[in-house]
Design a protein around this ligand. Structure first.
Ligand code: AIR
Ligand code: ASP
Length: 261
């Protein structure tokens, strides 16, 4: 079998060639970045926790018929995913005013929105991920109008589902970011599916009772206790039960090489 090699390294994950054609190994790093990489740190164990949380949420989404790239978790830091052609878009769904929405319109954080808002950002570090409209997306060919319809339908279903799921464990889903890709499944018509990850790195999660932040804002805003907050989310979801026995500082897992050779 071919040796796996690095296809792409992002801020929080690395993609390696997968064991079969059309598959990729997604490796979760401990790196945390914010403000377009201006702020960077290592949160020991973050990658292990996000791998588990994202596995759990993607699996649940599969169960309700939301197509996504997740195939199976391989080890502590890696999961096998379908290879997709990523759309250069970040889709943000908001239920409560926070972050850049509060800043842009001078609104008070934590105000409940009367209806959920979907926003689109163009994924470009160079440009600082600018806010864009559907018009920009179709005009510049980043996705078709049919793709946009699919993205909206999927994003709203994901939001409904995750709102309820997090409510059930005492967490308010304030907002989150999704990324989608085009999946070419054995010559079938290409399909828009959910990709990337869903974890406290790209959701705002507030404790229902205390409003305590349990997400990457703890890192962005220097609130401390980042890993503990992520761990709390994982344990409320019932994943990572062996967390206390696991050495979260351990970077090594079954090596990619071992897996595919
Ligand atoms: N997000 C946006 N870009 C990267 C990430 N992770 C997520 C944030 C937040 C939501 O999108 O984690 O959950 C909205 O972010 P903002 O900064 O636009 O308010
Ligand atoms: N991760 C992105 C960055 O490094 C944005 C963020 O999450 O704040 O800029």
């Amino acid at each position: 079998m071919a040796k796996s090699y690095k296809l792409y390294e992002g801020k929080a994950k690395i993609m390696y060639e997968g064991p079969e054609p059309g598959t990729i190994i997604q490796y979760f790093k401990d790196d945390a970045t914010a403000f377009n990489n201006q702020k960077h740190d290592l949160i020991a164990g973050k990658g292990v926790i996000n791998n588990r949380i994202s596995e759990y949420l993607m699996t649940k989404l599969t169960e309700i018929g939301v197509p996504n790239h997740f195939i199976r978790r391989l080890n502590m830091r890696e999961q096998l995913i379908h290879e997709v052609e990523m759309l250069p878009l970040e889709i943000v769904v908001r239920n409560v005013v926070a972050g850049s929405l509060a800043k842009r319109f001078g609104l008070e954080e934590s105000t409940q929105l009367q209806r959920s808002i979907i926003e689109y950002y163009y994924k470009s570090d160079k440009l600082g991920d600018p806010l864009i409209s559907e018009g920009h997306i179709s005009c510049f060919g980043w996705a078709t109008t049919q793709d946009i319809d699919d993205i909206i339908t999927l994003s709203l279903r994901i939001n409904d589902f995750l709102l309820g799921l997090f409510l059930g464990i005492g967490i308010r889903l304030v907002d989150f970011k999704l990324e989608f890709g085009r999946w070419y499944n054995n010559n079938e018509a290409a399909q828009i599916i959910l990709a990337d990850e869903i974890s406290p790195d790209n959701c705002r999660l507030w404790d229902l009772a205390t409003n305590k932040k349990m997400d990457k804002d703890r890192f962005r805003r220097d609130l401390g206790g980042v890993k503990e907050a992520y761990q709390e989310v994982a344990s409320r979801l019932g994943v990572l039960p062996e967390i206390n026995n696991v050495d979260l500082n351990n970077h090594s897992s079954v090596s990619v090489k071992e897996l595919v050779t």
